[in-house]
Design a protein around this ligand. Sequence first.
Ligand SMILES: [Zn+2]
Length: 422
Amino acid sequence: MSIVAQKTLVPHPWRKLREIQMVVRAVRAVSRRCLELSLQGLLRRWVDTGLAQQVTPWACSRCGAQEPSAFRRNGTYRRRLSTLAGDVTLEVPRLRCLCGAHVSLVFPVLEPRRRHWWDVWLQVVEGLGERVSVWHVRDRLQRRGVYLSRSTIVRWLARLRLPPLGAIPGTTDEIQADGLYGHLWGPLPHRWRNHTYALVIAANRDPRCPEKVLGAVLAAEEDQEAYRSLGDLLLSRGLAPEGSLTVLGDGAPAIKAGLGLSFPKAQFLRCLWHLSRLVADLGPPEARLALRRDCRRVLRAPTWDQALARYAAFRRSWLERAPESCRALAEGFEDAMLPLLPDGPQVRQRTNGLAERMAREFRRFLRPREALRSAATAPALVALALAQVNARHRREDWLVAFLGAAVGLPQRLTQFRIPLHT
Ligand SMILES: [Zn+2]
């Protein structure tokens, strides 16, 4: 085959482009038209079925009439709705009462003052949920012909209704608690003294439950009250207050003080890694490496008796040089070593590594959002982060839960029979 002959077989890039454009435009026009007809049909059907009933779902605001015979059709008015397929124009039916007053209709598919169709809303929540910045969400919409200002997006986020967490999907007997700090911008919530916030989380270590983070609570400080709220959240999700539960933490006294109120029978354990780091940090700088190594040797003992013997040896060699370290180890020894006792709690992990990893995921989610982390938007961001962290493990679409909450569904929506993404 000659080169010349081969060349003619390859279509010119302009030609390709033109055809792609034609297809994209046609699809857009058809979807726009289809959307318009569907919405229009729903509006009409709502009025038709309402008028076919003995008592309509509407009432005259002046005389209170509700029977269909009192109402007359009174033409339509025009409303524009911005959608991802382009702007659609709707002819919204109107009704008038025999007394002369206007009957206000509320359509399920078209709330008063709604200017954007749900596909725009879904695009915004999905984008923000996937850590897309507000600026990028705005630009993405603009490329699709939808103008939404940055402040509108932030307002949507601030007003985002949060889906109820629902019951914990499975049983758990082992949780890890941890806290992380961040900065809150703008006006402070009631009774907050400074702009630092604490986010305390409970991570589930039990493989029988597919959810990784069982709860997250935003608080002014990582104190007893914050962990008590976290405990109450877990109780509200169905965790038994009297059940056998072990809670692993980094040694912050607030964990035991707070969660102990919600779960009086829980056993609190200390993370080995945090304890050995604390012991090392309390010693003289030049001895820290050795201190940490020796401390780890005590904590990693295979039996309780060996642990006691190693602890005695640790004390002998360090009491003079690092008395503070010895005191810290003495204080934390029992809480860290309980799993070695024959009737002690059985845990799958003796460090709170999982909670730390989950805290890192939250930090990664919340950190780049400086301008967004106001008191008004922080709860929504935390809820989106929580949904993201768990969705990966629960293998479910997190967006439907937010859609369900947005339309006012009181229970948690976990699946939507029609895919949201068309
Ligand atoms: Zn009337």
